[in-house]
Design a binder for this molecule. Structure first.
Ligand code: YSA
Length: 355
């Protein structure tokens, strides 16, 4: 009996000297956690000792229990200030490490800019909006029916070849990347009755060799107005107003005969070069004029094709090349740069946006 109690007292003394010895050697947060786990934790030495009290004879347990609890108390009291000191030191070191000098100059954020072509579309939507046109959008993958048939270009017509069409998958199904925004003429007229006043900005695709003024993917803006008594004068007035707002009040517009199967009469229209005021320069290729697109009075067959009566309604339509307009407005001499992601080029427009 005596030996057991004696044994426990020795064990407690041992534990005390070991635990306090280790305590003095703690130096890091890891040490602190490890020590606490080993001595005071639920699976630690003191708990194990308390659990083993059950093996003592009943009348000795209270004394042994008190002594063990006293040891726990003693160790907790000795541990607390050491733990607090080490935690504080670790926190101080971390704060020093992560110190931020708020007086250092900041890093300028990289500010993006709207692409010049998108910006031009926004500008045109605004201008035509003032003239009563609403912007609508159509599919870039089209059927031959909308890209050609309903535009008065029948299957065997040679005009079908001039569009350099990119076919999607099966050639017999004639699913095409739209070669122009004109398919939206029929799509719009099928959906609504006159009066119609819409513009259609969007991407178009042609199997075409690239050069300074041609891309295989480019952007057009279609315009369509159908109502009673619409004449060529309305077309000229609308395009003249657009040119005036886009390039300045003194700009002149030129219309020359051209052929498109979906208009009669058809024209191409140009604006006198804003860069040289029509005298001739590199941008207008010394002609004094910058071609902007095709236009004309909507062909009666196109109106008939969507169920409109050409004896009751007339209309005009036009299609502009947006990249070419940006080129004219800003004197850009190679259209391919629009798709190169060249930041030096794009940043010029970023600056123009904020100035
Ligand atoms: C004509 C009459 C209408 O009633 C309505 C619309 C049109 C335009 C017709 N759909 C068309 O696409 N005509 S077009 O082939 O001469 O192209 C119109 C404009 O798109 C051109 O003036 C040019 O500015 C631009 N364009 C054409 N091919 C291009 C191009 N831009 C860049 N790269 C190309 N490969």
């Amino acid at each position: 009996m005596e030996t057991q109690i004696h044994g426990l007292t020795e064990k407690i003394a041992d534990a005390r000297s070991q635990a306090t010895g280790q305590l003095q050697a703690l130096s890091s947060l890891g040490d602190v956690q490890e020590w606490e786990r080993a001595w005071l934790g639920p699976k630690g030495e003191i708990t194990t000792m308390l659990r083993s009290l059950g093996t003592l004879p009943k009348d000795e347990r209270p004394v042994a229990g008190r002594e063990t609890q006293a040891l726990r108390q003693e160790l907790e009291t000795a541990f607390a200030p050491i733990r607090d000191r080490i935690e504080r030191e670790a926190l101080d070191a971390r704060l020093e490490d992560e110190r931020v000098d708020v007086t250092l100059p900041g890093i300028d954020p990289q500010i993006g800019a709207i692409h010049p072509v998108s910006r031009m579309i926004d500008e045109l939507v605004e201008i035509f909006g003032q003239l009563g046109f609403q912007a609508v959008f159509g599919p870039e993958v089209e059927t031959g029916r909308y890209n050609f048939d309903l535009l008065n270009i029948p299957a065997d017509h040679p005009a079908r070849d001039v569009w350099d069409t990119i076919l999607v998958d099966d050639p017999t199904a004639e699913i095409v990347m739209r070669t122009h925004t004109s398919p939206m003429q029929a799509r719009t007229m099928e959906r609504i009755d006159p009066p119609v006043r819409v513009i259609v900005p969007g991407r178009t695709y042609r199997y075409e060799a690239q050069d300074a003024s041609h891309e295989w993917m480019f952007t057009q803006l279609e315009g369509l107005a159908v109502d009673r008594n619409i004449t060529m004068t309305d077309l000229k007035g609308v395009l003249q107003e657009m040119a005036r707002q886009l390039f300045g009040p003194e700009r002149r517009v030129r219309f020359r005969c051209d052929y498109f199967p979906f208009v009669e009469p058809g024209v191409d229209f140009a604006v006198d070069c804003a860069i040289c005021s029509g005298k001739g320069c590199r941008v207008c290729k010394q002609s004094g004029w910058l071609e902007m697109g095709g236009a004309g009075m909507v062909h009666p067959n196109v109106l008939r094709g969507v169920g409109y009566d050409p004896d009751e309604y007339t209309g005009f339509a036009f299609g502009l090349g947006i990249e070419r307009i940006v080129m004219m407005k800003y004197g850009v001499d190679d259209l391919r740069i629009f798709n190169t992601n060249d930041l030096r080029f794009l940043k010029k427009f970023a600056t123009a946006a904020v100035s």
